[in-house]
Design a protein around this ligand. Structure first.
Ligand code: G1P
Length: 300
């Protein structure tokens, strides 16, 4: 792809109410919950930056203060660490502020993911952009965004990330109806349904929280009616593109089928298992955590 159409902007909707984690999320966004010692959202921003997305827009709602502070400098804390010559902590504290150009848009009311993405319209303008859901961690080394950009370079339009999931989990996701392409991991998405009843699901391909979207999505979202749960659903707007019901210049929708690691920290069990898994991988505490876990499991 030429640099003129390189994807530069990442939109991270972080305005959810985090009701599953109350009271922890009463005054803190759920994306700020730590995985060991780093908030979930920092992993997501690092993934975006690793894929060359140097312009990050958070669509925030209530309790955004902690998030803004995290991605800003903290002079007092930095001076204290500098005075102690604690360079490791100093770099950990400065890191988030230096990652990318961070911008904020406010989602006045929590009216759904589609509505959150529409709040990014003025910032994104007429460029193809990425959306990363702030409670899903996909380790950067899997390079899913880079792979999605390759699909975009070949097919244009918009690109989704799809994963095969067991049928009893399909009702938690957008689910895609697809046609094969010449590339075995790439499909054309011809229809989509948000959180279907498993019996009605068109396939076992769930939409994960990474999207590369043509800016035509904004015009569609402006007239998208509330769908599942009474919310304006991003899936419903992408469905219009997938069905070819919009201006052909917006292109088709393709899906990259991914079967690598993904950590869903948006629900309590997923959050706990992610913390444990990341703790076991740490160079400093990993072997102690594993030893403790083994003992703990034996005692169960
Ligand atoms: C959202 C989307 C859904 C998608 C999912 C991925 O749902 O609406 O289509 O499959 O993210 O995690 P949520 O998890 O916000 O309920």
């Amino acid at each position: 792809m030429s640099s003129a159409c390189r994807v530069r902007k990442a939109v991270l909707p972080v305005a959810g109410m985090g009701t599953r984690f109350l009271p922890a999320t009463k005054a803190t966004p759920k994306e700020m919950l730590p995985i060991v010692d780093k908030p979930v959202i920092q992993y997501v921003v690092e993934e975006a930056v690793a894929a060359g997305l140097d312009d990050v827009l958070f669509v925030t709602g209530r309790a955004k203060r902690a998030l803004e502070d995290h991605f800003d400098y903290n002079g007092e804390l930095e001076n204290m660490l500098e005075a102690r010559n604690d360079l490791e902590k100093l770099s950990a504290v400065r890191g988030p502020a230096q990652l990318a150009q961070i911008h904020y848009a406010r989602q006045g009311s929590p009216s759904g993911l589609g509505h959150a993405v529409l709040c990014a319209k003025a910032h994104v303008g007429d460029e193809t952009f990425a959306v990363l859901l702030g409670d899903e961690i996909i380790p950067s080394e899997n390079q899913v965004l880079d792979k999605m950009f390759k699909v975009l370079a070949k097919h244009g339009g918009s690109v989704l990330l799809l994963k095969r999931v067991p049928s009893d989990e399909l009702s938690r996701y957008g689910v895609a109806s697809v046609k094969p392409t010449d590339d075995e991991n790439v499909v054309e998405v011809i229809d989509l349904v948000e959180k279907p009843d498993p019996a009605q699901a068109p396939s076992d391909l769930a939409v994960l929280g990474r999207y590369v979207l043509n800016p035509a999505i904004f015009e569609i979202l402006e007239t998208t009616k509330p769908g599942k749960g009474g919310e304006i659903q991003l899936t419903d707007a992408i469905q219009v593109l997938a069905r070819g019901e919009f201006n052909a210049s917006a292109g088709k929708v393709h899906g990259l089928i991914y079967d690598g690691e993904r950590f869903d920290t948006g629900e309590i069990l997923g959050y706990i298992t992610t913390v444990i898994e990341f703790a076991t991988r740490r160079a400093d505490i990993g072997s102690d955590v594993k030893a403790w876990l083994q003992k703990f499991v034996q005692g169960l």
